[in-house]
Every structure is written in structure tokens, then in C-alpha cells.
Design a protein around this ligand. Sequence first.
Ligand code: SF4
Ligand code: SF4
Length: 268
Amino acid sequence: MSTILRRQIIRKCSSMDIPLVGFAPADRWDNPPFEPWVPEAFRPASLFPGTRTVIVIGFPISLPIIDTAPSIWYHELYRVVNDMLDSCGYRLAMFLTEKGYPSVWVPRDGYGSIDVLKEKPVAFFSHRHAAFCAGLGNFGENNMLLTPQYGPRVRFASLFSTAELPGDPVLDDPLCIHCKRCVSICPVSAVPGGGYPEKLTDKHACAARSEKLKRRYLSPCGCCIKVCPVGKDRSQYNRDDMRMYNKNSPLSEPYRRIQDHVRSYGSR
Ligand code: SF4
Ligand code: SF4
């Protein structure tokens, strides 16, 4: 097991300004930490035989931008973050393969269009579960992976590598404080509330909303992500007073003005 290679990967990530990186031994998928768990066909060693380690990278979604969501601003940020994840994932996989450890990158989404997602709202691999196994966070009521740094405001991509690398410990202490803000803000009641995985988001309802927003250049929705109080990014941006989301609070006014302005331009 190579700690030197692990350090080299972390240095490479740092040179690409990747703020989150975690390592998960592939056999963690074979010891379900909860049920229902990832079916065998969706596990790393099934998709890329010989996988010993899954490396998960993450880039944050800037809180002030997602606070305008749904908006063209978040729409563009989402696209840029996705592009960065894919290009960094690809470069890391090539870096490891060149070193003699065949590795492949898995794109951050893995679906062709929202139409496809509406029919079958499941990707061939779950980065959220990979990030969980790599110790980057744990699940919240919004079914997203919450991280200490950015709450759910982070996107992930993964690499399957034949390199055997030391894993990170799984984050046991739950981050979700069950405030239910994600439940009450969802305009299509897709977040039922309750713990994960007992209560699953209605992915069909969420995809249907996303499709409508896409036609207006406003997808993805992002509402259940922006209102989550978890994450150090809230204090970084001085947005940790959650009354900013309460419609009747004077604190919400400046944010609403920004949101109304941004939504008035560049989208329908
Ligand atoms: S993204 Fe929007 S529609 Fe989907 S679950 Fe979250 S709040 Fe609901
Ligand atoms: S908004 Fe509240 S209930 Fe929802 S995931 Fe975040 S902490 Fe949990």
C-alpha cells in the first residue's frame, strides 16, 4: 500500500486547486454500512475489474451564487464546476495510468439529458456514495452528501484505480441537524423528510421540475442545497444567520432583491 503515491496524488490535486479529495478502498462497497446499499453492478470493482481504490474529488458551489437559484448564475456555475471536475478527473486518471496503475475517471453526472433522467433517474455510478466511503461527509435529509466544509454545496467526480492506497476514515458523526429547511423549501414536495436512506427524494418529481427549469435556462433547481445550514462556507460568506431565508424577516430582503435582479436577465 503506497503512502508515497497517496501523497503524490494529494500534491497533484493541490496543483489543480482541488479542495476536496478522499480515498476509499474498493472493498468498502462490499460491506454495506446501511441498507438499501449500492447494488453489485454499480460497485467500482464491477465497473472496472481490478479497482483497489476509489479516489473522490470535489469542488464547491459558491454559496452567494446558489443563493440566487434557480438562476442563470447558478446554471453557469454548475456547468463550469462540472467541466472542472471532468477535466481534473481525467488528468488524474492519466497521471496514475502513466505511473503504472491503470485508472479511469467517472464523469460527474453520467446521463444524456433530463428526458433520460425522467425515465430512469439513476446513474451508472453514485459519487455521493463514493464520497461517503471516502470519508468526505455523510447523508442529510435532502439525500445529498453533506460535507463539513460546504454542507451539500459540493459536486464530486470519482476515479477507479488499480493502485492500492490507504483509505480515509468514514465520517461517522452525522452532520444533518434535521432542521427540515430542505423539506419545506422544495416546491414540488420531493423531499419527504426523515433520515437517509429511509426516506428517499422523489427523483421523478425533482427531474420533472428540472426539465421545466431547463427550458428557461434556470436548471438545476438547487433550492434544497442552498438552504442547508451545514458547512463552514456559511460563515466564510457571512451567511450563517438562517433568517436570511425566512420570507417575513427583514434580513431576507437584500438577498431577495439580488435574486429578483439576477432572474430578470439572461433567462426566461
Ligand atoms: S432540487 Fe429542487 S425540486 Fe429537487 S428536491 Fe431539491 S428543492 Fe426539490
Ligand atoms: S437542510 Fe436541514 S434537514 Fe436538510 S439536510 Fe440540511 S441540515 Fe439536514
